[in-house]
Design a binder for this molecule. Structure first.
Ligand SMILES: [Zn+2]
Length: 194
């Protein structure tokens, strides 16, 4: 694989929840905070092993600790990030499945770029992994509202309330596949913007 970057881009992967905040609990007992940490750590590893450290990637947490939403955004600003991707899992009382990506619902200077990044990540994760594509959506999530200085998205990686998708996250090769899809979505976005 060959990627051409003018300079090393700074990517912040926001690993949702953590510590006392477990996020959603799956029908199989899996917790959202663990799934997103597994995916985040695997994105770091794949950047090293597959992309030869082409990207400069930071996580907002590297272990099972809680960090406030405001501090996630502050860290991203201090790092002068080029891209912010917040990782979450979905949950619903209704039968639901698939992946959706959120952009903040107020127009800002990075809205168009955030939508392009969303589509790139959504396409990689749904087309390559076979998840249902729920689309790009808009919401007033705090972590997106406070991260308007760079393209910023929140990815709902699948429903832990859906047994197939909850079980998917139990296997390390599936975590790797999901991490690769998010990483390739980011690099596809960056490559089209050179
Ligand atoms: Zn969440």
């Amino acid at each position: 694989m060959c990627f051409i970057f003018g300079q090393q881009k700074v990517i912040v992967i926001d690993v949702g929840h953590g510590g006392i905040d477990s996020g959603a609990i799956g029908v199989n007992g899996v917790s959202e905070k663990d799934v997103v940490l597994d995916v985040g750590l695997e994105i770091l590893r794949l950047n090293k092993t597959v992309l030869d450290n082409k990207l400069d990637i930071y996580l907002t947490r590297y272990k099972d600790t809680l960090i406030s939403l405001t501090n996630r955004s502050k860290l991203t600003k201090n790092l002068k990030a080029d891209v912010f991707v917040s990782l979450h899992c979905n949950a619903s009382n209704l039968p639901s499945k698939g992946i959706e990506v959120y952009v903040h619902n107020w127009n800002n200077q990075n809205t168009k770029k955030s939508i392009a990044l969303s589509i790139a990540v959504l396409d990689e994760s749904t087309q390559k992994l076979g998840f249902k594509k729920r689309g790009v959506k808009f919401a007033n999530f705090q972590v997106l509202r406070e991260t308007t200085f760079c393209p910023a998205i929140l990815v709902e990686l699948g429903f832990v309330t859906n047994l197939d998708e909850a079980d998917y996250f139990l296997k390390s090769q599936n975590i790797r596949a999901m991490a690769l899809a998010v990483l390739l979505g980011i690099t596809n976005y960056l490559n089209t913007r050179l």
